[in-house]
Design a protein around this ligand. Sequence first.
Ligand SMILES: O=c1[nH]c(=O)c2ncn([C@@H]3O[C@H](COP(=O)(O)OP(=O)(O)OP(=O)(O)O)[C@@H](O)[C@H]3O)c2[nH]1
Ligand SMILES: [Mg+2]
Length: 225
Amino acid sequence: MSQQESNDINQKRENSFTDKDNSEEQIQKKLEKSNDSQGMQNKKEIFLITGNKNKLLEFQQILANTHLELSSANVDLPELQGNPEEIAKEKAMIAFKEAKKPVIVEDTSLCFNAFNGLPGPYIKWFLQELKPAGLHKILAGFEDKTGYAQCIITYMSEELKEPVCFVGRTPGTIVEPRGPQNFGWDPIFQPDGYDQTYAELPKEEKNKISHRFRAIDKMVEYFRQ
Ligand SMILES: O=c1[nH]c(=O)c2ncn([C@@H]3O[C@H](COP(=O)(O)OP(=O)(O)OP(=O)(O)O)[C@@H](O)[C@H]3O)c2[nH]1
Ligand SMILES: [Mg+2]
C-alpha cells in the first residue's frame, strides 16, 4: 500500500469519528455510559459495539442463558473494503482503539453462490438501494438461487496480538420476500430444511439455527475456557 493510500485510509477513519453523531466526544460518552452496567458477579462481561438494534436484540436473546453478560454501545463503526474476515478484524481494531477495553464487533454477510459469495459483506448497501424484492430479482438470470448467511464476530483485547474471529454460517435459498420486513434481508432468506423464511420463522426458531447463533455459540465456548 502506498503512503498516500495509507494516509487516505487514516483520514477516512478520522472523518468517520468526527461526523455529527459520531464525534470522538459522543463515542466516548456512549462508551463511558456502557461502563455503568458493570459490577456483575460470576458472569463474564462482553462488550459489543454495533449500530444495529436488531443484531443487539438477537445477541441478548441468544446469550440469555449463558455465562456471558452483554453490555453494548450504539456506534456505527467504519468498515473498510476487503474480504469478510479482513473487514471484521479491522472493525474490531478500530473498536478496541476507541473503547480502550476488550470489545467484540460483528459483521454480517449475505452471499449468493451464483455470484461466488457476493454481495457478501457489502449486502448492507445492496439492501439499502434494492430492498429485499430487488435483491431476489438480481438472481433472475441465474439458475442457482442458493447462498448462505454468514456472521463473523471478532474479539479484541490487550492480551491479543490480533483479533480472534468466530464464524457462523447458515446455508439457504434466496426467495421472493415473505414475512415481516422489520429486519434487513430476513424475508428473502429461507434456511435449508425449512419452508419458511427467516422473517416468517418465530424468533426462537431463527435463533436456534441462524448464522448469528452459530458464531455466538463458538464465542461462548471460547470464553468458557
Ligand atoms: O435479515 C437480516 N437478518 C440478519 O440476521 C442480519 N444481520 C445483519 N443484517 C443486515 O445485513 C447488513 C449487514 O451489515 P453490517 O454487519 O455492517 O451491520 P450494520 O452496519 O447494520 O451494524 P454494525 O456494523 O454497526 O454492527 C445490514 O444491512 C444489516 O441490517 C441482517 N439482515
Ligand atoms: Mg456495519
